[in-house]
Design a protein around this ligand. Sequence first.
Ligand code: FAD
Ligand code: SF4
Length: 510
Amino acid sequence: MAIVDCSTPGQAKDDLRCDVAVVGSGCGGATAARVLAEGGRDVLVLEEGGDYVGPERLTQRDLPMYDQLYADRGSRTNADRTISVLSGRVLGGGGVINACDVVPVHPQTWRYWQNVHGLADWSPEAMAPFVAKALHDLEASPIPESMVNRNNQILREGAGALGLAGEVMHHNRVGCLGLGTCLIGCPAGAKRNPRMVAVPKALEAGARVVVRARVVSIQPGKDGEKTLLVRALDAKGYRETATFRVRCKRVVLAAGPVGTVSILRASGLGGAWLGRGLSLQPQVAVVARMKERVNAFDGIPQSYAVTAFERNDAARGLHGYRIEGIFGTPGILGSLVTQAGIAGKQAMAALPHVAACLVLVPDDPVGQITFPWSGGRRIDYTLADEWKSRAREAVRTAMRCYLAAGATEVLVACAPPIVVRSERELGLLDGLSFAPATIGLISAHQQGGTRVAVRAERGVCAPDGQVWGAAGVYVCDGGVFPSTSSTHTMAPILTVAHALAAGWLSAWRA
Ligand SMILES: Cc1cc2nc3c(=O)[nH]c(=O)nc-3n(C[C@H](O)[C@H](O)[C@H](O)COP(=O)(O)OP(=O)(O)OC[C@H]3O[C@@H](n4cnc5c(N)ncnc54)[C@H](O)[C@@H]3O)c2cc1C
Ligand code: SF4
């Protein structure tokens, strides 16, 4: 069966039936759908976004691509608007718009979840085969030296001059042309993401896929059956055009933490922990002005990471920080420029001479998705003081790297910007307050909100992903992590999706 688009004129939105309905088609949903379909289950995938593949649909134009590929058209933020909460809304989910970095869960983080959170089946040994499956799906490989662009080389040179350890990252690209627009989709089809791997494999195995289909809630039916209430959307996903129902035995929610929590909430499921334990893993942009022409927009945007300060410890899991070269399209960069008027114009005109990175500072899961009024959803997230001091330290290290690499000035994009021209001026960073409305942070790795726990009083899902107190309703996205999984979440989510779906196949057979 081909992919059915609810917005196609004349397309019937008849009520549907299946064994397993999978809601969302990102790293978690597409992987689960594929494993379950290959295991002989009758699977139906429901995806709110549209299908975007190839150069005619992935046009490399900021506005239409943000509009069509990102949740809330890229405008989702936390309640105090300090953090831009980015995620995908397209067939294939976040994998379609991500930076292709492959960073599996560190063995010590698995061990931390096993020992501190009591997740016996999440040991590094038990997860090893699923890590291997995830890396195989991604065709993970080291980024070739020849594709480390000048932007990332500058960070590497600076770190090297300071004696800091780092690495060229692994990625999931095959046949990359270095066009540089990964964050608004790859027109060359070089990403081995869920849209290019798991979705075709699920279809091959007989799964059905329906796009422009927004799931609203799950209602109980007869004999344990469930009914999903679904809204068909128009071609751009702006308006709801019809309502239909899907009857199924089991539901796998994989709509990302915000989407999954919203559906559970609308269904009256999930208990006291629903929405809690949210990690946003905010990132801070640091920008350097170089004498040379960097042309950071050419080539793979993110390929080198300074890893010297990244830590995994037995008592709290992933900690410390890392620094990664990055560049975006003009629209993304423009949204981070805090200067107004002529100064803002000059900042944009200087882009060819700019090098940039993001400091990635793992957080404790202190956030919460709440529903303060009927139909209203809010992401509450207050930056912890300990996180702020670690982030300040990370920014200081990034600035030192750029100064060592010959930058004429380095700034952190806050209002007013903090500009540093020599090591002597690094003390200015003490004024980096992270107060709301003074800085724009980025979250690309939302996790938690439906965390797994060994007891219902400590989480939303049991370790097998089934929602406590809701037989037949499962979660399979970044929401299940009890704390931050990795500095990058694609490989971890694929890993856990493989593990959970394999477990369901055996449990349902029994
Ligand atoms: C800009 C950006 C860059 C990133 N870079 C990297 C990187 O380089 N490496 C890395 O490892 N990770 C990266 N990530 C993170 C990674 O891509 C995500 O963590 C991962 O894709 C999340 O997978 P998921 O299955 O949890 O959810 P998603 O991929 O978000 O999938 C959820 C899907 O559910 C759909 N949905 C939501 N609500 C509904 C509903 N009600 N009904 C039907 N469908 C619904 C959405 O449209 C979406 O397609 C990046 C993320 C972003 C946003
Ligand atoms: S850099 Fe490579 S993977 Fe990214 S958009 Fe360009 S061709 Fe695609």
